[in-house]
Design a protein around this ligand. Structure first.
Ligand code: T6T
Length: 325
């Protein structure tokens, strides 16, 4: 009898092992949904995700909206859910509005990781609290710290006195909200600096440039501007150029496409906080595969920054930080 039981157990182990082997060999499909498709930041993130997908034998889908908006992103997400991928990596375009659509993906058994932006209050997931704790991990920059870095650099550039403002996208986006928060917190340390009302540009560089002209008209003594993302910074830089204020109004930028680094070299922009979107894509895919293989993954990964200014703009480190286009 005992021998028979041993035989059954051994057979069970073989069958189970074979099943496990098969599960490990399954080719996973992972979808990456960016904030928008035509942004060097997300193009670079896609490259990092693709590199990891190739290495790990994953089928990667990259699909997003034409602008940074829940109105265009939610239909893309719904279409992706219908394709039943194993995991979704997404940069949610709004902290609140993407919670319910992503919950539907989660309820359909799809693993969720957010990259760049988060849903809910603070990007801390798996806490057992609130309606937005179901994503497994948040892979992104530390955006409050990024805002602080920009504030310190801008304060220094303007001699710690004068009027500045934040050119920002729109309220409700985790990244740019946190950059503004960090910027304003840090600026409180400089009694000589006044932070004027934030200008929201809807991720439109032309609008940001027009707003710069209007703020300058109201405040001819304007000392500086913080462009809180790629398009805000490009717009602010163009505003400075159009007004002939190069070197007079200082610009702290966020994000590092080639155009911004060129504006640093020719003195329109003083510095920029470059993110590491390639790493976000690469680690996001790695984490998704680990989670699908049953491994426990960290709930937060901070990708770090490279700061570029005139002093290091030609360095190898700066060149490596420039986004793809
Ligand atoms: O700054 C990045 C990204 O981090 C942010 O969430 C949205 O804007 C960018 O994509 C730059 O355009």
């Amino acid at each position: 009898k005992a021998r028979w039981a041993v035989a059954v157990a051994a057979l069970g182990a073989i069958v189970f092992g074979a099943m496990l082997g098969e599960a490990q060999q399954k080719k996973y499909t992972i979808a990456l949904i960016p904030g928008l498709t035509t942004d060097g930041f997300y193009i670079t993130m896609h490259k990092g995700a693709e590199a990891a997908a190739q290495k790990l034998g994953v089928n990667l889908i990259f699909q997003g909206g034409p602008e940074f908006s829940p109105t265009t992103q939610i239909p893309v997400l719904n279409a992706i859910i219908a394709r039943k991928p194993d995991a979704i990596l997404i940069a949610p375009t709004d902290k609140q509005q993407l919670i319910a659509p992503l919950k539907r993906a989660f309820d359909a058994g799809i693993k969720i990781i957010t990259v760049d932006t988060f849903i809910g209050e603070n990007g801390q997931y798996q806490t057992g609290k609130g309606d937005a704790d179901f994503p497994l991990s948040y892979v992104a920059s530390d955006n409050v710290e990024g805002g602080r870095i920009a504030a310190r650099a801008l304060a220094k550039a303007i001699g710690e006195k004068g009027k500045v403002y934040v050119s920002n996208v729109k309220p409700g986006i985790s990244t740019t909200d946190q950059r503004e928060q960090g910027f304003k917190e840090e600026m409180k340390k400089y009694p000589g600096i006044t932070v004027l009302e934030t200008q929201y540009n809807d991720d439109d560089a032309n609008k940001a440039a027009a707003q710069f002209a209007a703020v300058l008209a109201r405040n001819p003594d304007l000392a500086g501007v913080f462009g809180a993302n790629l398009f805000s910074a490009e717009g602010a830089a163009n505003g400075v150029k159009n007004a002939g204020k190069r070197g007079v109004v200082k610009v702290a930028a966020f994000d590092c496409p080639e155009s911004i680094v060129n504006e640093i070299k020719n003195g329109i922009i003083d510095m920029s906080v470059c993110q590491h979107p390639y790493d976000m894509g690469m680690i996001g895919v790695q984490y998704a595969v680990d989670a699908l293989n049953g491994k426990k993954i960290p709930t937060r990964y901070s990708t770090g920054y490279t700061v570029i200014d005139k002093a290091n703009a030609d360095s190898a480190e700066a060149k490596a930080a420039i986004y793809s286009s």
